[in-house]
Design a protein around this ligand. Sequence first.
Ligand SMILES: Nc1ncnc2c1ncn2[C@@H]1O[C@H](COP(=O)(O)OP(=O)(O)O)[C@@H](O)[C@H]1O
Ligand SMILES: [Mg+2]
Length: 303
Amino acid sequence: MGRIAIFTDDPGWHGKQLRLAFDSLGYNSDFVSLTQCSFAIEQGRHPLVIPGFEQALPDAAFVRGVPGGSLEEVVIYLDILHALKVMGIPVYNDGYAIERSVDKGMTSFLLHNAGLPTPLTWVLRNRDDALAIAEDELKKGHLLISKPLFGSQGEGIRRLEKMTDLFWLKDSHGIYYLQRFVHCSGIGFSDNRVFVVNGQAVAAMRRRGKSWLNNVARGASCERIDLNDELATLAIKATSALAMDYAGVDIIQDKDGSYTVIEVNSIPAWKGLESVCNISVAQILADDLINRYLICHDIATTA
Ligand SMILES: Nc1ncnc2c1ncn2[C@@H]1O[C@H](COP(=O)(O)OP(=O)(O)O)[C@@H](O)[C@H]1O
Ligand SMILES: [Mg+2]
């Protein structure tokens, strides 16, 4: 039986689903925390220390979580993922995809650079410049969102609505990430989450927030939607701009009906999505990883 390392500090429901899916394909999986991994660069052994994989490295790694920490800690966690890839072990999504998407500034740049619609965004260090941008946007009648560069699940996101809000405009570890607020179409607050795997949109839902923050972790409810071509194509292009095997893409439809990409998640959750779609996301992901990186690869190398 093959062996998969699932990197996570909190296996939970997603870990269990993945384990079952890999099991159905003939692969055992072990949960491993990146905090427990290290390098041992010595003669006569492989240089990666991954608990449970002392005798042999895994056949592949699935990344379900990268812990936060100091810059050095996070760099080492990503180094472990990069090193596995360098040693020929498939990493799903790989360290570079995770690096690009965890950094909201890089995500915004790459989306824009690929010619995809994404809100006006400023990423900068200087407080006076940040204040000047925010003031200018408010004067023009726009609302502004301030996000932590490395945030997720809606954490630390604030909306600047009036000049007095500028008093508490705060940096996140020295960086301001400011983005023009997009007013969504329809009644109330909502955005779309599209799940893309290997260049195909496999499922989508509408998330209806209690306020403008439409994260499921913030209490948004999930509704099934049928994917239209425009939404699917945009999500696929966004995933490709970030070079990911799979992604959860956040897309808002604005008041004029145009779609704009907010975020491309490289470690998306799928419990909410599965509650409204009749698919097994874990199985789709496991099938894609095994077929594309292990089985097809074996066929190619033995041919
Ligand atoms: N520019 C924006 N305009 C309108 N709503 C936004 C904007 N940016 C974020 N949001 C809302 O906040 C949510 C979280 O933002 P997002 O950038 O996806 O960060 P996170 O990584 O925390 O999910 C989005 O799903 C959306 O509902
Ligand atoms: Mg998001």
